[in-house]
Design a binder for this molecule. Structure first.
Ligand SMILES: [Zn+2]
Ligand SMILES: [Zn+2]
Length: 184
């Protein structure tokens, strides 16, 4: 489901061995202030922009390496790193598995980065106290001490796209179950 009027967003790692493209508007851009993201980035927060994996593609010949990392939820996560400079470009979380991709906004090209601002601030209970979100509040960006329900935060079109994705996830799960039965 690609919007033809949408100009793809582009990004790359530090050594530019990996380049990528995002083919539709992000579903939501999370600014996460949890201690896990702080440690993983070595910074105050992370900006994770969520996209259907079908709307994300690597445009370089070099492909990232996938590293499994523990996550706060206990379900684990995958981080995609450049095999040369080891920068993390994106990842996915166990709940939606490989169906969604969480792009590290800092790896977007300048022009694409300008188009990608936080839609929500989360886990602000562990926010570093010098990070001042009053400007974000004034901009109307929702702020949560912990997590949130997407239905309350995401744009309508993003919720509709995610609902479609969930249907496709469930269909594919059923197909896998049938295949398993056949192969047993
Ligand atoms: Zn690199
Ligand atoms: Zn986090």
């Amino acid at each position: 489901m690609t919007d033809e009027t949408f100009t793809p967003l582009k990004g790359h790692c530090t050594c530019r061995a990996i380049t990528y493209e995002v083919l539709a508007p992000f579903l939501c851009t999370n600014c996460c202030h949890c201690t896990w993201c702080q440690r993983e980035t070595g910074s105050a927060f992370v900006l994770n922009a969520i996209i259907e994996t079908s709307n994300f593609r690597i445009t370089s010949d070099t492909k990232p390496i996938h590293v499994d990392v523990p996550s706060a939820s206990g379900d684990g996560q995958m981080m995609a790193r450049c095999p040369k400079c080891f920068i993390v470009l994106y990842g996915d979380y166990a709940d939606d598995g490989t169906w969604t991709t969480y792009v590290r906004v800092g790896t977007l090209d300048d022009e694409s980065k300008e188009r990608t601002k936080p839609d929500v601030h989360i886990f602000t209970s562990t926010k570093m106290d010098w990070v001042d979100l009053s400007g974000e509040k004034a901009r109307g960006v929702p702020i949560f001490e912990e997590s949130y329900r997407r239905i309350h935060v995401w744009r309508n079109d993003a919720n509709e796209r995610f609902d479609l994705l969930k249907i496709r996830m469930e269909e594919s799960k059923k197909e896998e179950e049938v295949e398993e039965k056949v192969s047993n």
